[in-house]
Design a protein around this ligand. Structure first.
Ligand code: A3P
Length: 328
């Protein structure tokens, strides 16, 4: 029997099994053989019990902060690069390994009652995230927020503009969403990133191939109310309806701030603390042509979403009921 030094042996192994160069991490504590060789200094308590997966621009930061007001809910520590988001399951951070991930989570003071969680809004539409997450944290609850995908797309476009994305500055919203395959690649790339996360049913189905339906919660609704300056048609996401898994007392510590146009944290003495300027940005309402285009663009996706929510026994958000009425 011949062998090689560890590093060379590893190279040899991956030469023979190249498909295994992409790792799929599992919880070392779930398998006795792994637990036995897992260092004594390590624990498996630093893994989240639920994930807020997005999509981006649906109010995920507001949800994140409102959840944190609950004494038993604990988030990851901030990342120097991506701030409150860890972005582990969707991209290259995954290759940094589970120690890297677990180091983001504090030791819970009470392992059974404390709920560790993280929110990374790019997980929602990621091809890899569902499989990877289910392998490491198969018992986790998966939480999505579903606002009207047209509003989401518009908010995302405004977000890109304020980050000075050259294509978003150069082309208006209507040009971005309606551009055809002959358009320059910069606008096509922007269009794809703007519109694809709104294919809600496609992405949720991907999560459902890896998680049981009972763990995928898409009825943490952001209710549609409108800012005082806007008509109901251009309504913005502004309130959270927390059902099921989370204690309802969360709702008592928020107050609607008419100046901000959104729900904010209620401080002692009745004052409010709202999210910063980059959340609830000021920009003109979406033009009617873009809204009509997007309503038709998302029609089939929304029909599929309604079937999916029926199947899961979850209520339809009010914006979805309104969109479905346009189909009839
Ligand atoms: P706009 O800034 O386009 O209005 P995310 O945190 O996922 O990036 O979402 C940002 C969006 O959250 C904001 O988009 C805003 O519409 C919405 N939102 C929902 N509740 C909010 C709140 N309480 N404060 C600020 N923004 C909120």
């Amino acid at each position: 029997l011949q062998t090689l030094p560890p590093l060379q042996l590893a190279h040899k192994y991956f030469e023979l099994f190249p498909e295994q160069t992409d790792p799929l991490w599992q919880n070392p504590c779930d398998d006795k053989r792994h637990r036995d060789i897992w260092s004594r200094d390590k624990t498996c308590d630093h893994l989240p019990k639920f994930l807020v997966i997005g999509p981006q621009k649906t109010g995920t930061t507001a949800l994140y902060l409102f959840l944190l007001m609950h004494p038993s809910i604990i988030s990851n520590l901030p990342s120097p690069k991506t701030f409150e988001e860890v972005q582990f399951f969707n991209g290259n951070n995954y290759h940094k390994g589970i120690d890297w991930y677990m180091d983001f989570f504090p030791t819970p003071s009470n392992i059974t009652t404390n709920l560790l969680f993280e929110k990374s809004a790019n997980y929602f539409h990621s091809e890899e995230a569902p499989k990877r997450a289910a392998s490491l944290i198969p018992k986790a609850k998966i939480i999505t927020i579903l606002i009207d995908p047209s509003d989401r797309a518009y908010s995302w476009y405004q977000h890109q503009r304020s980050h000075e994305d050259p294509a978003a500055l150069k082309f208006n919203f209507y040009e971005v969403i309606t551009s055809g395959h002959w358009a320059p690649s910069e606008i096509r790339t922007l269009q794809k990133r703007c519109l694809t996360p709104g294919w809600y049913a496609v992405h949720i189905e991907r999560w459902l191939t890896h998680y049981p339906a009972s763990q995928v919660i898409s009825n943490l609704l952001i209710q549609q109310t409108h800012r005082p300056s806007e008509s109901p048609k251009t309504s913005k996401a502004s309130s959270l309806e927390v059902t099921g898994y989370f204690p309802l007392e969360l709702l008592a510590i928020r107050k609607f701030d008419p100046q901000k146009g959104f729900w904010c944290q209620l401080l002692e003495g009745g004052k409010t603390k709202c999210l910063g300027k980059s959340k609830g940005r000021k920009y003109p309402p979406m033009d009617q042509e873009s809204r009509a285009f997007l309503s038709s663009y998302y029609r089939d996706h929304n029909v599929e979403l309604s079937k999916l929510l029926h199947r899961l026994g979850q209520p339809l958000p009010s914006w979805l009921r309104q969109e479905l009425q346009k189909v009839r």
